[in-house]
Design a protein around this ligand. Structure first.
Ligand code: SF4
Length: 375
């Protein structure tokens, strides 16, 4: 196995743009933690032979847990699975949870990578998105974290309505000043049924502009390249040696096991996902039943996933692999449909690998969907 993902489904407050699974009520926190420990044991038999190379606490907001709660989960993983000697263990953390005392205490646990949800260093952006932290906490938490953690990633959001190019550049430059070795950056997207969607519908917040987001993305690529970051996935930039091992394994199609409400798993052939409801998750686990549904992936599904992830990463889509794993029909279909993007210089074939160019990267997901094999 490659990795274990633990979903912590709690947040202090709801960010306006978010459609992940979480609850702002902490009433069931203890019960969910117990259930997570039970799920680890329930899944033990299925995955016991596989060495665990990465452990990832995501959410939600995993830093809402105390250090002893995090250590209890880690202890259970170590007791029930075979963990390699130097696993990458990531904790997603929000700046308001990262006081100096907390960072020092976290550095004494097995956590060796922090992924900090900064999103912006500007107060007005944080308020527009309803983040729980302020600009000062974003900066202070990272200054301190840099002293105690070597491997730190931060998230930044671009394409926020009203964000000028100059302000976006300042955001990137602050990250560079802090010297964080990994940056994940996403365009603000308007998901259905979020507070952001309703605020836009009421005219309170303007709709994010795709053209501005594209300009921000080009600036991000340029500045990070100049500063030695490798653009290894559409939304991820890392200094050499600091790519996310957890996410890279996912993009490479390795197995992973998701624990907790809404967590997804991949056993090498099929995907499954836990129910996205804390109460129903608890009920099932307390009855000794895994609360998951399984999807059998067809050949088309597997081809489409490979195209999607391949075009998002710097490793691209191996034409040899398409031929070997999916056959001549898929390769011919791919090459025929890729032609117009090769001509518009958004895709390129190098060493028998199809990749997005710098011009095509921002549009990679849309291009990939045009190359999908539809049933
Ligand atoms: S902290 Fe993260 S998971 Fe929680 S509401 Fe905000 S974006 Fe969503």
């Amino acid at each position: 196995m490659s990795g274990i993902y633990i979903h912590i489904p709690f947040c202090k407050q709801a960010c306006h743009y978010c459609d992940f699974h979480f609850s702002t009520s902490l009433k069931k926190k203890e019960e969910i933690l117990d259930a997570i420990l039970q799920e680890i044991v329930l899944r033990k038999a299925d995955w016991q032979e596989e060495p665990v190379e990465t452990i990832y606490f995501g959410g939600g907001t995993p830093s809402i847990l105390s250090n002893s709660e995090i250590e209890t989960i880690l202890q259970s993983i170590y007791e029930n699975f075979s963990v390699v000697n130097t696993p990458e263990i990531t904790l997603e953390a929000n700046p308001d949870d990262l006081t100096k005392e907390r960072i020092i205490a976290l550095a004494q646990t097995k956590i060796n990578r922090l992924s900090v949800g900064v999103q912006s260093f500007f107060e007005e952006d944080l308020q527009l998105m309803n983040r729980a932290h302020n600009a000062d906490e974003a900066w202070q938490s990272l200054e301190t974290a840099r002293t105690y953690f070597d491997n730190i990633s931060i998230d930044l959001i671009y394409g926020i309505p009203g964000m000028s190019m100059d302000k976006w550049q300042q955001n990137i430059e602050k990250a560079l000043t802090l010297g964080v070795p990994h940056i994940s950056s996403y365009a603000l997207t308007v998901e259905p049924k979020t507070a952001l969607a309703s605020l836009i519908a009421k005219g309170t917040i303007p709709m994010p502009d795709d053209g501005e987001a594209h300009e921000h993305f080009l600036q991000l690529m340029q500045l990070l390249k100049q500063n030695g970051y490798v653009h290894y996935e559409l939304s991820n930039f890392g200094k050499p040696g600091y790519f996310s091992q957890n996410n890279t394994a996912y993009w490479m199609g390795k197995k992973y096991m998701g624990i907790g409400p809404s967590a997804h798993s991949f056993d090498g052939v099929n995907r499954s996902w836990n129910i996205s409801n804390n109460t129903l998750y608890l009920n099932k686990i307390q009855s000794g039943i895994l609360p998951s549904e399984k999807e059998l992936l067809s050949l088309n599904d597997r081809y489409n996933e490979y195209i999607m992830t391949g075009l998002r990463t710097m490793w691209g889509v191996s034409l040899q692999k398409v031929q070997n794993d999916f056959g001549e029909k898929y390769l011919t279909y791919l090459l025929k449909n890729a032609q117009k993007y090769i001509q518009s210089l958004q895709l390129v074939i190098e060493n028998n690998v199809l990749k997005t160019t710098a011009e095509g990267k921002f549009f990679g997901d849309g291009i990939a969907s045009e190359l999908f094999m539809v049933d």
